[in-house]
Write a protein that binds this ligand. Sequence first.
Ligand code: BMA
Length: 340
Amino acid sequence: MEHVQIIGERLSNMPWQDKPEPNAGPVWRHAQNPIIDRNPVKGIARIFNSAVAPYEGRFVGVFRAETINGRPHLHLGWSDDALTWSIEEQRIDFTDEEGNPCHPRYAYDPRLVKVEDTFYMIWCTDFYGAAIGVAKTEDFKTFIRLENPFLPFNRNGVLFPRKINGNFVMLSRPSDSGHTPFGDVFLSESPDFVHWGKHRHVMSKGGQGWWQTVKIGGGPAPIETTEGWLMFYHGVTGTCNGFVYSMGAVILDHDEPSRVKYRSANFILTPETWYEERGFVNNVIFPCATLHDADTGRIAIYYGAADTYVGVAYTTVKEIVNYVIETHEDVSDDQEIGKI
Ligand code: BMA
């Protein structure tokens, strides 16, 4: 696939480092990782599993901040280079659609996705148990919570960056309210961001390898490419010492994204460095966002490391799409439309 390209905007000021050695895998780490260390801001013990986006020439982030009483909330941050972040001490102030204060009791694993002129935040919220919360903003000053899209229990809500066939499309991973020892990725559509339906199964845990046998969950918003929707996701295996979270990559069909076109049989990043192997929860790589440049095909992946740090890893659209195609495996009925 010599000519695969990102369909989207240019982003020449995104962070970038060349592949350190030609034989390295398809994804390589930022040499100065982690980019966010412990105790980054007064009152916040750890920041990880967070989302970033370009905004008005610089970068904005929605950060999962574990406060010093252990409860996670969402904090805004700003950066000129998307590597050094200034994170606000106060958590994001949400209101409902009538302007009344409407704070989530907790909030974690945010995604931040621009569709048309609006930024949507999607996170795991408390809705009589773990469920998906959503909010919108146009200026990063006012944040309006919208109706929770799905019933509990659910996590890993990931919005596509444009409507498909006229509808918003959101991935999710039905779960339990605890540490969920199961889980596949599903998709739902909405014409108005209120009514969600046309639910489809997208992809199953499993495959020949052992790295994604327990559960999988969507990661950053899918990237539109000439080969389909490129999505990074997390895959989880169980060991004597608990779960291990690795990163995988999949390409979904352009018009019917519940169909998997190609899915790598291998993880593309697994805990290997001190900041991924050792932290509040050992052995976790949890991708939540990308920055990418349609001109060069460069992709920077933002991931939480060991539920403690934020790391960045790089690839190019050509490198990763070719890798996924070359290492493709059929898993279960992934290639079906997912309606039974
Ligand atoms: C998941 C989520 C993530 C976390 C992961 C590993 O269930 O809670 O926020 O990174 O577990 O602890």
